[in-house]
Design a protein around this ligand. Structure first.
Ligand code: ADP
Ligand code: 5GP
Length: 216
């Protein structure tokens, strides 16, 4: 049984796409990570994450209970062997929502993994989505944009790329990989090409230069 790893810069739409997939296909199941991040309003322990203390996390890491773990935006996140085995034992397809560093560790440790990187059509659209979502201050959005640039630069070891421009098409692309096992490699190649353009946008776009002057 394959394990599906989905990564994306914050705001690219992975939560929207993954939630829809697991709602529609009961044989796909989200792997619940452990984190030291405090729960956000509405988040339930054991449902969105296993919320644990830093000491508990360190003890799990020392006992080699994680397939991978990483520090993301100042908090620790990890996928446990126990969680992955729980899903595999009931013969469901595990969906792992992990960051790029995490995949760097898990790649090679997971025997049968398919890796998917979700991209926004442009950094400007990513920026607008983060603003519209309304959950972050300007400074945090700026940090997320810088992280997006770093993540996109490190995305070459993913197998499939999905551009989340039109939500329906992006959802179909995700479904074709996880549910149908028939990825559209031509579209995926276009996504890979887009990575270069997004990096150029970060380095040269006027709106980013203006933000940098204002916020740094
Ligand atoms: P992530 O989990 O990658 O941080 P979210 O799924 O929270 O991203 O999406 C970020 C915001 O962008 C949300 O407000 C979501 O409704 C919106 N969004 C997601 N996909 C699209 C899309 N294709 N077009 C426009 N807005 C989108
Ligand atoms: P959030 O705090 O917004 O839920 O998640 C922040 C980031 O942590 C996202 O990029 C998400 O993919 C990543 N993340 C969530 N769980 C894990 C995990 O188990 N391992 C790793 N490496 N990253 C994770």
């Amino acid at each position: 049984m394959s394990v599906y790893v989905v990564s994306a810069p914050s705001g690219a739409g992975k939560t929207t796409l993954n939630r829809r997939l697991i709602e529609n296909y009961s044989d796909v199941m989200m792997s619940i990570s452990h984190t030291t991040r405090p729960p956000r309003p509405g988040e339930v322990n054991g449902n969105h994450y296993h919320f644990i203390t830093e000491d508990q996390f360190k003890s799990m890491a020392d006992n080699d209970e994680f397939i991978e773990w990483a520090k993301v935006h100042g908090n620790l996140y990890g996928t446990s062997f126990r969680e992955l085995n729980r899903i595999l034992e009931i013969e469901k397809k595990p969906l792992l929502e992990i960051d790029v560093q995490g995949w760097g560790w898990a790649n090679g440790r997971l025997e049968d993994a398919e890796s998917i990187f979700i991209l926004p059509p442009s950094l400007k659209s990513l920026w607008d989505r983060l603003e519209k979502r309304g959950s972050d201050t300007l400074q945090i959005r700026w940090t997320r944009l810088q992280n997006a640039y770093e993540e996109i630069k490190q995305s070459e070891n993913y197998q499939y790329f999905i551009v989340n421009d039109d939500l329906e098409s992006a959802y179909d692309a995700l479904k074709s990989i996880v549910v149908d096992g028939k990825p559209n490699m031509e579209e995926s190649e276009k996504g890979k090409e887009l990575c270069k353009k997004l990096n150029e946008e970060f380095e040269t776009a006027d709106w980013i230069l203006e933000l940098r002057e204002k916020l740094e």
